[in-house]
Design a protein around this ligand. Structure first.
Ligand code: SF4
Length: 333
């Protein structure tokens, strides 16, 4: 069985400063992780015919839209960008997968050669045996999709090992159309609302959906085919993440113990507005010669005079074209 497991105590995003969690991956090296996502035909890989692509999508139907038919209203310091179809529909720009192109893949070079003891079901057992007693949950297929690498029998074995150790099991899978058996074990990773409807019709117990925050705000608290739409609590509270989500009842993304929910995540990959907004703020702070933290504090506190003063300083040190962009971003009239 081509899986690779470890216990992590370091990823603050995932587990907080004092937690520990079992992680297992579908595949045992970078090439296998990537092959898994290719098999799932994942839109977040952002490639068309092997070339990098920018994809715009109708978040309701999943229809991809030609860039020429889109009106872009650029984002500012307080507003997300808007992508409008010429017929009035609100669209979204598809983000790059955070797992495949972000930190979860970094450093995964030749893991199967460097850490043979972490491979297969024995590697998972070892990770479980080495986990601190307070670690009460595992997260699977951190990168990749288990259903493209494993049989249903393999999956039963892995899930059984984890639950047999008294742990919750967080798992997502993008390849549920190709391998619907995975819906018994995993939250169905969906790209748009029609995907959610299709996954529910196929038997999904939980679904997940990645969208811009403005769309999440629109759908938060609504129902879709009997499922409640709810933003991941980690997105909205610095005190919650996968290590404590759901308390004793267990994490929301455990599809075997939870049901009837669409967990929504704010886009957080390399091409998300969240990342691009942070980069702009960092650049302006750098040009103005102030620390990013200080500038962020002014923004959080809505201190317009201070923000404008920083903006003017930064604008005096860049080209006219960049100054124009800074002016629009900082909403300076
Ligand atoms: S809903 Fe809970 S389990 Fe799922 S990703 Fe968010 S914090 Fe983790």
């Amino acid at each position: 069985m081509r899986i690779l497991s470890n216990v992590t105590k370091h990823t603050t995003k995932l587990i907080g400063r004092h937690g520990a969690m079992i992680q297992w991956r579908a595949g045992a090296n970078k090439e296998e992780f990537r092959a898994s996502c290719e098999k799932a035909e994942c839109i977040f890989m952002l490639e068309k015919d092997g070339e990098p692509a920018t994809i715009y999508m109708d978040p309701v139907s999943g229809e991809t839209i030609n860039e020429k038919e889109i009106q872009l209203i650029p984002g500012t310091i307080s507003e997300e960008p808007e992508y409008l179809h010429e017929d009035g529909r609100i669209l979204m720009k598809v983000d790059k997968c955070f797992a495949l192109f972000g930190t979860p893949m970094l450093g995964a070079f030749e893991w199967d050669i460097k850490f043979p003891e972490r491979l297969g079901i024995e590697g998972l057992r070892k990770a479980i045996s080495e986990a601190p007693r307070y670690a009460d949950r595992a997260r699977g297929a951190l990168v990749g999709n288990a259903s493209t690498m494993m049989s249903e029998e393999d999956m039963k074995e892995v899930d059984g090992e984890i639950r047999g150790a008294g742990m919750h099991h967080i798992l997502y899978d993008h390849a549920w159309r190709q391998n619907p058996w995975i819906l018994e074990f995993a939250t169905a990773s969906c790209n748009h609302l029609q995907d959610v409807r299709d996954a529910i019709a196929l038997g999904a117990r939980q679904c997940s959906l990645v969208m811009p925050q403005s769309l999440i705000d629109r759908y938060q608290g609504t129902m879709i085919d009997g499922f409640f739409m709810n933003q991941c609590p980690e997105n909205v509270s610095p005190a919650i993440n996968c290590i404590n989500c759901g308390g004793r009842s267990g994490p929301l993304c455990d599809a075997r113990t939870r049901s009837g929910m669409v967990v929504m995540f704010e886009q957080h990959g390399a091409t998300s507005w969240k990342k691009s907004r942070s980069t702009k703020i960092r650049n302006i702070a750098g040009k103005a010669g102030v620390s990013v933290d200080a500038f962020q504090k002014m923004i959080r506190e809505g201190d317009r005079p201070a923000i404008l003063s920083i903006g003017l300083k930064a604008m005096s040190r860049v080209t006219k074209a960049t100054a124009k962009k800074y002016r629009a971003f900082l909403e300076m009239s």
